[in-house]
Write a protein that binds this ligand. Structure first.
Ligand SMILES: Cc1ncc(COP(=O)(O)O)c(C=O)c1O
Length: 452
């Protein structure tokens, strides 16, 4: 009998080649899908084989194929077969990770994996770390922990008992999850300050210093700076070393949102660009981005385990009692209660490929970013962002980016997007797939020429 591993591997390989040879974008209306789904009124059972075949057909036809080698998209990766096997195993065993006692193996696998990555970031061995659903949850966790540490009364009495309004600092290039977090935590969206950027779209430390000083003068209470390591639109890395120094001087929580760029810490050639991240009070890093595992798999790292415990402590009579020994129950150290075994996909993928395999994958994508920059420049395009990471933003004189992207998609040449940098619309392409090759890129750039 074929093992589950063989079955998933075969299916993943078949899918990989079928997707690579097929369209990247769907052409479908909501009504078409709703009409199709009308057959499922659930009044009678449907054979699982038929329902599965139908769902697979829908997924093959009616979605952007983010695992396509010419999907140059928004950090959604191609996924390693090991990580797909992991998600299947998790679904089959359905471990509950809320309390250590219920799932000792799963909890220890997550702890082991997170500790390994925490040490790569240069965080202390006793740092706290948890898997999250994604970067937004990890950033939310950071804001809650930073608030709790800065304002010990926040947990019991809420923001209304604080003597001044807390403020925190990002640039306009930061991920918009922070705006929602400001809203959700009760800080209010206006508590989020937008720091100016320099000519490379990096956080301007002098402007940050000015804003923090002004806010203090006006009775606000700055508590956190959240630079990005690999901004969503342009892949830019804020000046982490300078910001680490400034945050320490000013007693501000230093949170690095490395949701995508954090994976570069593994690469001997790229990690120098992340210098300063080891000083972080907390870090967001998503496994479901450049670590090439399926969604949702974010990670939150924090060098202050006591602040994490103060933020999420909980005592109930219905949960299993705390296990004696060096064990933390995840429901008392994170935003989640019931907890899926998120970390297995990263653990199995790391186990299969090893650190060296991951370095190869990450550096291959960085190299493909360079190939894309060079090919575009040779074809007369202008690169407008500056990053060692594989996000390429570009344009040319007189280009109507919106209609160019529409034509690119219509002809199924590649998936790229349009972003606004410094107010101007440009094209954005990110190498998100470890399967993208030099010839994919050269073909795309040649085809783009035909659209001008
Ligand atoms: C820099 C950055 N931070 C946070 C997020 C949010 O992550 P998620 O979509 O995993 O919640 C993203 C998403 O692309 C991102 O690019």
């Amino acid at each position: 009998m074929q093992s589950m591993l063989d079955t998933v591997r075969c299916a993943a390989l078949r899918l990989e080649s079928e997707i690579a040879g097929g369209p990247i974008l769907p052409a479908v209306t909501p009504q078409e899908i709703r009409n199709h789904l009308a057959r499922y009124d659930f009044s009678e059972p449907v054979a699982l084989e038929d329902a599965c075949a139908d769902v697979e057909k829908m997924l093959r036809t009616w979605q952007v194929q983010v695992t396509h080698p010419r999907y140059f998209g928004l950090f959604n990766p191609s996924v390693t077969p090991a990580s797909v096997v992991a998600d299947t195993l998790v679904a089959m065993y359905n471990p509950q990770l809320a309390a250590w006692r219920t799932s000792p193996a799963a909890n220890e696998i997550e702890r082991h994996t997170l500790q390994w990555l925490a040490s790569k970031f240069g965080l202390p061995a006793d740092s706290s770390a948890t898997f999250t659903t994604g970067g937004a949850e990890a950033n939310l966790t950071a804001v809650i922990v930073a608030l709790t540490r800065a304002f010990p009364e926040y947990g019991e009495h809420g923001l209304r008992h604080l003597s001044g309004t807390p403020t925190f600092y990002v640039t306009s290039e930061a991920n918009h999850s922070f705006n929602k977090i400001a809203h959700m935590t009760g800080l209010g969206r206006r508590a989020l300050r937008t720091v100016a950027t320099d000519e490379h779209l990096r956080m301007d430390v002098a402007d940050l210093a000015r804003q923090v000083a002004d806010d203090r003068k006006n009775g606000f209470v700055p508590f956190m700076v959240a630079p990005t390591c690999g901004t969503t639109a342009a892949g830019v890395i804020d000046p982490l070393q300078e910001l680490a120094r400034f945050s320490k001087q000013e007693n501000l929580w230093f949170h690095v949102d490395a949701a995508w760029g954090g994976a570069a810490i593994l690469s001997p050639t790229l990690r120098e660009h992340l210098a300063g991240i080891a000083e972080a009070d907390s870090i967001t890093c998503d496994a479901h981005k450049w670590f090439s595992v399926p969604m949702g798999a974010g990670m939150f790292f924090c060098r202050h385990p006591e602040a994490v415990a103060a933020s999420f402590h909980a005592e109930t009579c219905y949960m299993p009692a705390q296990t004696p020994g060096p064990v933390v129950d995840p429901y008392t150290s994170s935003t989640q209660w019931s907890r899926r075994f998120i970390g297995l996909k990263l653990f199995l993928a790391l186990a299969e490929h090893g650190e060296s395999g991951y370095i190869k994958m990450i550096e291959h994508q960085a190299d493909m970013g360079d190939v894309l920059r060079e090919s575009l420049t040779s074809a007369g395009w202008r690169i407008v962002n500056s990053t060692p990471l594989p996000v390429v933003c570009f344009t040319r004189d007189g280009l109507d980016t919106t209609s160019f992207v529409a034509a690119l998609h219509k002809r199924q040449i590649a998936w790229m997007s349009e972003v606004r940098l410094a107010g101007a619309p440009v094209l954005r392409a990110c190498i998100t797939s470890f399967r993208t090759t030099e010839s994919d890129i050269q073909w795309v750039v040649r085809e783009m020429d035909g659209l001008l």
